[in-house]
Design a protein around this ligand. Sequence first.
Ligand code: SAM
Length: 277
Amino acid sequence: MEHKDTTLKQEIEENHFNFKKKYGQNFIVDKNIIHSIIKKSEIDKETLVIEIGPGAGALTVELGRNAKNVIAYEIDETLKPILEKNITPNTEVIYADFLKRNISEDIKKYNYKKLYVIANLPYYITTPIIIKLIETKINFDKIVVMVQKEVGDRFKAKPKTKEYNSLSVFLNYYFNITKLLDVSRNVFMPKPNVDSIVVCFTKKENKIKVTNEERFFKLIRDSFKQKRKNLRNNLKEYNLEKISKTLSKYNLDLTVRAEALPIEIFADISNSLEENK
Ligand code: SAM
């Protein structure tokens, strides 16, 4: 059953808040969804949570109740009057563009046992946010994000599916990715044109062995450059003889397309391209 949070809706209306499409503002107005996210994230009083885009605070307030501390980054300062009313005292809101912040600096003053990112992400910068989280090199114990269904499906895509692309392989290198929840478009205000899913990223304990990450990531990007083309055509500039030799170990040849290759084979090809090999 859908249970709409009328108080939040009222607050938004009473404050004459203007939703800004350019910031991807679709707020959750269904408390059941918030509670499911909190429950499935398994946060506790030893967890510091980073939230990107608290909006009117629907998720933020529950994060505050369940976590040790919350740091929330919000780009839109006009949300301040609504947000400040809703948050708990253990929450710090930083009014800034998350993509421009030095997160390592921001978390320095906090003591915590676990560090999570939990957010309903602004859809227009979903991938840059995930890439920033990786590039900060901060050891997040868990990342739980709500994203557009189509995007989330790509994040967790497996080889030989139409969703599988270079980003799937890239993310798969760092994380185990699972779906936690399906979320209907009807739980948002304003209602978007697509449904969402909540995905969970946990760091891989044993990352696949890659001798040169830069070369590995370039190989992945180049292999998927033109999705319909096979490796022979996408990797013209590479040492095709070496690649062919590696592929033959898996009973494959250069006519294979990138979308059929699991991460282990990409790693093997990349390692085989090492100068002296
Ligand atoms: N968490 C709220 C919820 O679930 O109801 C709002 C989620 S809404 C999809 C995304 C939020 O991200 C908006 O409040 C928007 O203003 C904020 N936002 C957009 N771009 C941002 C950025 N670069 N840095 C920080 N916040 C941003």
